[in-house]
Structure formats: C-alpha cells, structure tokens
Ligand binder design. Structure first.
Ligand SMILES: *[C@@H]1O[C@H](CO)[C@@H](O)[C@H](O)[C@H]1NC(C)=O
Ligand SMILES: *[C@@H]1O[C@H](CO)[C@@H](O)[C@H](O)[C@H]1NC(C)=O
Length: 577
C-alpha cells in the first residue's frame, strides 16, 4: 500500500513531468480529399489503414468544418485560427485563391503580420518545418524576394511547392493546355483564314504590296505560335517547381518519385529535431488534387482508378511518418491532426483518352455539393486526431468543430499565449478531446464564399440540435451537383439565389440538406432571429483590411518566373545534397 505522502509525491512528479514536456505537433493536410474517401469515415473500398489507425487510437471528428471551401483561404484560416475575412484572404473575385495563370509569381499572399501556428511555436523554441504544398503566396516586389514564402511565416525549413499542384504538372496532365489547345487550334484556323482573306483583299485592292502581305503574315504566324507555346510547353515548366527554403531545386517537379522524397524529408526532419527539443511538422500533401500521380507500385493498386491510387499513396505516406514516430518513441509525446482543406472537387473528371469520364475528384459521401460550395460536401472534412496522453482511443466527436481550432489547441498544449491584439476565431479543443466538458466550442460557425457570408451553422445545446442556415446558394441546374459555368461556383450575383427567410436545415436529422424546415414555424423563426443577431455581432468584430486576392495582385508578369539555372530553367533534384 502506498502512503498518502507517496501518492502525493507521485502526483507531483507526474504533473511536473507532463507539464514540463512540450508536445510535438504533426499536422497533415490533404488537398481536395472528400469526407467519403477514408475507411474510418465509411469507405469500404479505399484502403487507408494509417489514417484509420489514428482514429482507432485517437478521436474521429465527424463534424469538422473548414473556414472556406477553397484552398488558399481555408489554409490561411488553419494556420492563423482566424476567418479569412480578417486576414484579407477572403476575396471579392470568383476565383478566390492565390492563382497563377500567367506566372507563379503573383502578388497575393497571407500577410506577414498574421501570426501562424509556426510563428507561435518557433518563438517558444520549437523546430518548425513545412513539407508539401504552400499556396499562400510567393513574391511581392521581385521574382525572388520570397516575401510570402513559408520561411518568412515561421517555418525554419520548407521543402515543397510554393503554389498548388495543377493538371499541367502531371505525367499526362495537359488539361488546361488541352482546352486552350483545342480553342487555339480552332482559333488558329479560323483566325488564320480571316487574316488571310483580309490580306488578300487588301492586296487585290492595291492597299498592300506583296512585301506587306509577307511581313504581316509572318508576324501573325509568330504571334499564334507564341500563344501556343506559352500555354502548353511553358506552363509545366514555370508552374510546377519544387523548392527547398528559397531555392528552386527541381523544374518541373517529378511527381512519380515525390511522395518518397517528401516522406524522407519529413522523417529526417523528425529525426534531427527529436534529439534537440519539440518540433512542429506541417505536412500539406500534394494529394489528392489533380494532376493525379503515383509511384510505380501504387499505379492500379486501388479499386478506384487513379484517384483511389492517389489516396492510398497518401495514406502510405501518413503510415511512414507514424512508423518513424513509433520507432523514435515519440507516439506519446506527439499530437497528430489529419484533415483536408475542403471537400472533394465535383468537376474533376478526366477528359483525356483512354479515361474520359472517369472521376478524378474526392467523394463527399452522403453530403451535398463539394469544393467551392458551402453545402456540407464542400466544408465538412474527414478529420482524425491522436494524442495518447490526452485522448482516449476510439472516441468520436460529433459536435461542430473547425480547422481554425488547430491554432488555439496547439497554443494551449504548448503552453504559449495566444496573440492578444487580434480576434482568434478557433477554440481550444483540449477540453473536448479529453472528454472533460460537454460545452460546445462553437455556438455559431460562419460560412463564407469569398468575402460573402452565405451560410451559418448554429448549434443549440438546449435543443440538442444543429441547424444550418443558407442565405445565399449558387444556382445549380436541376439534376446536377455543381454549377456548370465556371470552375468555382459564384458567391453572389445573378447565378446565385438569395433566400429570405434563409433555408434552414436540421443537420442531425437531415445531414444531406435535402428538406428545409418551414420558416412559418415559431421555433424556426426564433432560430433565424438568433442567427441574424449572431451575424451582426460577428460583422461588428471584423476590422476591414486590404484584400489580398484581387485582379491587380493576381496579375503576375510573364517575365517574373522561377528559374533554377538560367537560361535553361530545367533541373532535377540532386538528392545527395
Ligand atoms: C469510396 O471512395 C470512392 C472514390 O472516391 C468512391 O467512388 C466510393 O463511392 C466510396 N465508397 C463509399 C462506400 O463511400
Ligand atoms: C510500394 O513500395 C514501397 C516501398 O518503396 C512500400 O513501402 C509500399 O508498401 C509499396 N506499396 C504497394 C501498394 O505495393
């Protein structure tokens, strides 16, 4: 029998031991992965043993929401714990992401005065690294100032792509080029014919001599050729680069070996940090965005084509990192969070033979809509968290949570203070994960489409109900699942419908958002007025800031391109360095 004194000493020692040790953090982020793609979320044909093991040994968050249904704003919110509208990352443009149509080099990015979780931890003595896709900006004033690079946002080490993966980067992914090519070929013929006719007419009329016809004709051919080349050949070269800290180390990136290289990078970061102190690894995968790629032995390994192979390869990567952690004895001391930046993209369907029509986007399970929309399919993401000292294995958290919660949760576990000069919208999930509270982290979650607040999730603890209110929804043709006009659904304007009163869904009974509740009912009217009040209060808390993603900031210059070895701009990573 232990004496009271002995117990007391034991207690003190164990609290000291746990409170002194700062946990490590590994944050995995998938790109465009749907909530229906993962085994532990009900998929019985895609194999994701590593992610499933995290759920088994930790918690599964079944109602975890992102702060925006598109990449850049969603990532900004994850890293800062704030709604993108607060950091200027919520855009007034239809395409609300840091994009690069003529250049990787646009002037949009996560403002440097925002505090990322990496900055928070770096200041607390952590080693920090990002391996994977950044997509929160590149340069500001020159093609090499790297103003927005992760190395300037709290990460000691960066290995990955500063932009997003696009179809062009893939082995057979000439998608954008394919469309432009089709247009250009059409355009080429029609325009060339029209120009030829005009030139002949001018010649016949005596306005233009033979020399004039030749000179003008030559320039037209040159111009068309340049258009073609810049859109097909150069796309891949300049949009698909692999970077280490500041340097372009591969151009274009070789995708069929990238998974192994990223895993090796992640694991060697863990190895070299583990002996020195706590670390943060942010691992935003290139998967499962198109271009879908695979290493050789994963090709054809799944039952779901290239997409399934891509998901399974990503799961393999998670597994490799988990093995390294257990090999180093870091399972107990490492907090792991896996999620996706938003729902699966419904428009991703192969247009290239022989796979024409094959789905290349994520599966959002029973949920309506997908990427770019605020229906559950766009914002509810598959999320698992493991941290053995805190989370009992196999639990399920079904109250609404947000990826913005990562920031304050990290701060609380690492014992660092939150920035006090700004609003943090995320909430510390520790009490919920420990099972010591039933209090909700969020009564309200606001769903923005670009800069427009179009929907709200309201959790009423009293009624034990979760309501979702839609004020504006994009118009979707009958029988379709996505807007057919553009890549992203519009957020406002003619192609949307304004609902007054809003559409109200009871998500506990109707998670697929099929049957709006009658707004004539007193109880529903009461809910609407509470949410309206919450919206006004939320709006009052927003300090206007400069928009980051605008036509002006996105208009990159074609001449500002990354280049590893001028003038060739063509190289492969030397893995021996
Ligand atoms: C599993 O995922 C695949 C690929 O996204 C999808 O086609 C399939 O319907 C999913 N299965 C289930 C049971 O959700
Ligand atoms: C592919 O190869 C790697 C080793 O390079 C191995 O760890 C993995 O299990 C293999 N995957 C499949 C599906 O064969």
């Amino acid at each position: 029998m232990l004496t009271t004194l002995q117990i007391l000493i034991l207690l003190i020692v164990s609290t000291l031991a746990t409170s002194n040790v700062k946990p490590n953090f590994v944050i995995f982020l998938a790109d465009d992965l749907g909530i229906g793609d993962i085994g532990c979320f009900g998929n019985d044909t895609i194999h994701t043993p590593a992610i499933d093991s995290l759920a088994k040994e930790g918690a599964k968050l079944t109602h975890n929401l992102v702060a925006a249904p598109t990449c850049s704003p969603s990532r900004a919110a994850l890293l800062t714990g704030r709604y993108p509208i607060r950091s200027g990352m919520a855009s007034a443009l239809q395409q609300g992401v840091v994009s690069m149509i003529t250049s990787t080099d646009c002037k949009a990015g996560l403002p440097r005065n925002e505090t990322t979780f990496a900055e928070l931890l770096k200041a607390a003595g952590y080693a920090t690294a990002i391996i994977g896709k950044w997509h929160l900006g590149t340069n500001l004033d020159s093609s090499s100032d790297h103003y927005f690079y992760p190395v300037n946002q709290g990460f000691d080490y960066f290995y990955g792509m500063p932009t997003t993966l696009i179809n062009e980067c893939g082995p057979d992914g000439r998608y954008i080029a394919w469309f432009i090519q089709k247009r250009l070929i059409m355009g080429c013929c029609l325009w060339s014919l029209a120009y030829a006719v005009v030139l002949v007419v001018l010649h016949v009329l005596g306005v233009l001599g033979r020399r004039g016809v030749i000179i003008i004709g030559f320039h037209i051919v040159l111009w068309l050729g340049w258009n073609y080349a810049s859109h097909t050949l150069l796309f891949r070269q300049f949009m698909c680069v692999l970077v280490k800290n500041h340097d372009v180390i591969e151009q274009p990136v070789v995708l069929d070996t990238i998974s192994t290289r990223m895993v090796n990078q992640a694991n060697s970061f863990i190895e070299r940090s583990a002996t020195q102190g706590p670390f943060l690894l942010y691992f935003p995968f290139l998967q499962t965005h198109t271009a879908l790629f695979n290493m050789k032995n994963f090709t054809g390994s799944s039952k779901h084509g290239k997409y399934g192979d891509n998901v399974e390869e990503m799961d393999w990567m998670v597994g490799k990192v988990l093995s390294k952690l257990s090999e180093l004895g870091l399972v107990e001391s490492t907090f792991i969070y896996f999620t996706s930046d938003h729902g699966g993209a419904l428009k991703e369907v192969s247009v290239l033979p022989p796979r024409v029509g094959e789905r290349e986007g994520g599966w959002n399970g029973i949920y309506k809509g997908g990427k770019g929309q605020n229906w559950e399919g766009g914002i509810r993401v598959p999320t698992v968290v493991r941290y053995p000292p805190m989370i009992p294995g196999g639990i399920e958290i079904s109250v609404p949570t947000s990826t913005m919660d990562v920031f304050p949760t990290i701060a609380s576990l690492a014992g660092v203070d939150l920035p006090s000069d700004r609003v943090i919208d995320g909430r510390d999930l520790a009490p919920l994960l420990r099972g010591t509270t039933t209090a909700l982290p969020h009564d309200y979650l606001f769903h923005y489409c670009g800069q427009w607040l179009n929907a709200v999730t309201f959790t009423s603890q009293k009624d034990n109900a979760i309501y979702k209110l839609h004020y504006v929804t994009p118009n979707i043709p009958a029988g379709e699942t996505d807007c057919n006009i553009t890549m992203y659904c519009p957020c406002t304007g003619d192609e949307t419908t304004r609902h007054d009163p809003p559409l109200v869904f009871d998500l506990r009974r109707d998670p697929a958002e099929q049957r709006p509740l009658p707004a004539t009912n007193d109880q529903i009217r009461n809910i609407i007025s509470r949410v309206d009040e919450a919206i006004s209060q939320h709006r009052r808390s927003i300090v206007p800031v400069a928009h980051q993603i605008t036509k002006e900031t996105l208009a990159g210059s074609f001449w500002r391109q990354p280049c590893c070895n001028f003038p060739f701009c063509w190289c492969q990573e030397d893995e021996s360095t």
